[in-house]
Design a protein around this ligand. Structure first.
Ligand code: MN3
Length: 199
């Protein structure tokens, strides 16, 4: 069975950038529903239920056709949200350091240019989806958009940083102003975790 992980901080820890009510509903309702629906879809599939979520979404070829789309939607939702909570933390105002900083600068020219390009990717997700900084199998960085709950792991890429731009991630506080949400979100990026993801 898959379980809903606890948030690694309080619901109000990301205020004023991401509000408590949004975090409660996002984690306790939206993420919880992906986990419940994943477990329902996988009923009786004991070997799949015994996997880690990252392993499951990288092993879609082992999932029976009849439940594959449910596993993509809900397994992807579980993997993406578990990842998302980890790449945020209470505002610290830091920047990437070490090998990650070097890779970001060599790929994008500067940290500010990277932020601008990542923000552009997140702004141009049409409808519900995510923007990710990914590490490709050859070790290089790239920006990717994914619709719905598709995960970079389903495409052989490793997520390094990602932002949820489904309206449920920001609508209560920012309504239709996705750009304001993204600009605020940069303040709560957990760069230590992002660096670990990269390494
Ligand atoms: Mn979400």
């Amino acid at each position: 069975m898959f379980n809903l992980p606890s948030l690694p901080y309080d619901y109000n820890a990301l205020e004023p950038y991401i509000d408590e009510e949004t975090m409660k509903i996002h984690h306790d309702k939206h993420h919880a529903t992906y986990v419940d629906n994943l477990n329902k879809a996988l009923e009786g599939q004991n070997s799949l239920l015994g996997m880690k979520i990252e392993e499951l979404v990288m092993s879609l070829d082992k999932v029976p056709e009849g439940i594959k789309q449910a596993v993509i939607n809900n397994g992807g939702g579980h993997a993406n949200h578990s990842f998302f909570w980890q790449v945020m933390r209470p505002s610290a105002g830091d920047k990437p350091t070490g090998k990650l900083a070097e890779a970001v600068i060599s790929m994008f020219g500067s940290f500010d240019k990277f932020k601008e390009e990542f923000t552009g990717k997140a702004m141009t997700v049409f409808g519900s989806g995510w923007a990710f900084l990914i590490k490709k199998p050859d070790g290089t960085l790239a920006l990717k958009r994914h619709s719905f709950q598709n995960s970079p792991l389903m495409h052989g890429d490793k997520p390094v940083l990602g932002i949820d731009v489904w309206e449920h991630a920001y609508y209560l506080k920012y309504q239709n102003r996705r750009k304001d949400y993204i600009d605020a979100w940069w303040n709560v990026v957990n760069w230590k975790q992002v660096e670990q993801n990269f390494n």
